[in-house]
Design a protein around this ligand. Structure first.
Ligand code: 523
Length: 135
């Protein structure tokens, strides 16, 4: 056994803002989360940086190229050893399409408040709203 604590594995999620709106994606799985909305993303693979993982996930899920920006919102502990973090993501090319989600929505501040977000992502609402209202 090592004395050095293992680093948490990370799940990354992307906050893409455009024209005063934020991109949300509606999950199809697992059954408990299907139909609920999230910032798209996924698990960072071993030996992958969070930035590279976000770019890969958004390429796979939305068919876009993004540049990973700064963190937004708090760390959300998903389970022992697994933490969820959101990053701003800048669209570099492509128009997002739902390859992996039921549908996509570009929401303004009012709409964000009315969406059925997955519980974990609700932790980011204050910062997402602040950013939307400043746009
Ligand atoms: N979340 C979450 N919010 C959010 C994301 C991208 C993920 O709460 N915005 C949770 C949902 C799952 C876990 O993080 O419990 C992994 O996300 P998932 O399933 O989108 O990531 P994948 O596709 O990399 O995971 P596997 O296919 O299961 O390996």
């Amino acid at each position: 056994m090592s004395d050095v604590p293992a680093r948490d594995r990370e799940v990354v999620a992307g906050a893409i803002f455009r024209g005063g709106r934020l991109l949300l994606a509606q999950r199809t799985s697992p059954p408990a989360l299907a139909g609920r909305w999230e910032l798209p993303g996924g698990k960072v693979e071993e030996f992958e940086t969070p930035q590279a993982a976000l770019a890969r996930e958004l390429r796979e899920e939305l068919a876009v190229e993004v540049r990973c920006g700064t963190r937004i919102g708090v760390d959300v502990q998903l389970s022992a050893g697994l933490v969820l973090r959101a990053y701003r993501a800048e669209l570099v090319s492509g128009e997002p399409v739902a390859l992996d989600h039921a549908q996509l929505a570009w929401v303004d501040a009012e709409e964000l408040l009315s969406m059925d977000l997955v519980d974990n992502d609700r932790a980011w609402i204050p910062e997402l709203l602040e950013e939307l209202r400043a746009l």
